[in-house]
Design a protein around this ligand. Sequence first.
Ligand code: GLN
Length: 484
Amino acid sequence: MDLIKASALEISEAVRAKKISAKEVFQFFLKRAKDLNPKLNAFISFNEEGLKQAELIDQKIAKGENPGILAGVPVAVKDMLCTKGLQTTAGSKILEGFVPPYSSTVVERLEAAGAITLGKTNQDEFAMGSSNENSAYGIVKNPWNPEYVPGGSSGGSAAAVASRMAPIAIGTDTGGSIRQPASFCNISGIKPTYGRVSRFGIVAYASSLDQAGPMTNYVVDSALVLQAISGHDPKDATSSQQKVPDWTKLVAGDVKGLKIGLPKEYFADGLDPEVKATVDKAISDLKQKGVTFVDVSLPHTKYSVSTYYLIATSEASSNLSRYDGIRYGLREKSNNLEELYMNSRGKGFGDEVKRRIMLGTYSLSSGYFDAYYLKACKVRRLLQKDFLDAFKLCDLLLSPVTTSPAFRLGERVEDPLKMYLNDIYTTSTNLAGLPGMSVPSGFTKSGLPIGIQLTASHFEEEKIFRVASAIETASNVADRRPEC
Ligand code: GLN
């Protein structure tokens, strides 16, 4: 079996059919990930215990039991997710050495489905970033060209899957962190509807926006992984009671008769011509399959980045107050309690995290609350309404993920505003709580990947998977792997 090309679905079927053992699969990926990691820096740590878990899966199969839909599939888990007994840093120095006493629901569900944690992936500190240059554990490189960023904040997960260090990964998406790196690395990544996936045991960045989701080489694997991790969890009060459909069966469904909206604000000036050409190609491919297109408008799009950066930083300033040098991770020597807080937080947090804590604290402070945080909450409502109005005219939306393909390492680090503007097409999806996916659809002449974004109404992931699968078939780039 070609483990570099095979889908996770094929791997788990082969494991269950005893064509290959879970142990062999795990050994293969652990070796490959360790060999490539010095080049890409996609992993912060590896799960050495994984081999024993693989043996247990093989024993279950030998006894005739079914270990689950992800039997023997190694999974690269973003370091935002707590993993029992395995260091979880969220990309921050302040959590260095923190070993959680329990696993996040997502990781528990993956394991219950037979998947095995391969390691923890690198990311922007506390998921704050769009390039993976804000990690306390070093930058991650784009496997398609090491001079370029892999995207962020789930850059390690994207680089790991694109280069096949792992067949599947988990990312988190607060304002684009699954979709943007997926598009920069030629993989599929879906941010589910808010509430679809439990946030229990995931390090909180902005709780009203955060969702975890799959990052995979193939659309069918995103469906498979999402199926494994979705569903109500009594440990997360915001998790939904909605039924989880059998998405893998629906993926290759017909797209004929679907009506797709093209939001005109997402095709504004400044869109890279190669990105535009790729989107146009996908549109004409889908037309041939019987999809119709309609122009729609999301008039408040121009406020999405500012609204996002007010709400996300406000929530972050509150969420990150728990890192006090006492309860978790780093503790700096100090003479008194106040100094302990200041020294531990001062040394433990990186510059971008400090910038955001200050921004968020400011926007929540009395005197400014009404003008900033409250105003942003009202605009959020308008952004949501834009989408709901658009979905009266169409089934789902198609757009670019970002205005350009991956940018060069270092190009935007000095200019936070330029970095934030990268999130223009991804943040409103989170503000509105909608599901959104990036699917591989082409390459630039210089060999950088380009993804396409699909956005649907709440809990309509099924439509996204159908269209994504049609784009994947037509573009035929999902099984390309970088030379690295
Ligand atoms: N790039 C955005 C930010 O920096 C989104 C990050 C994310 O989705 N976690 O906040």
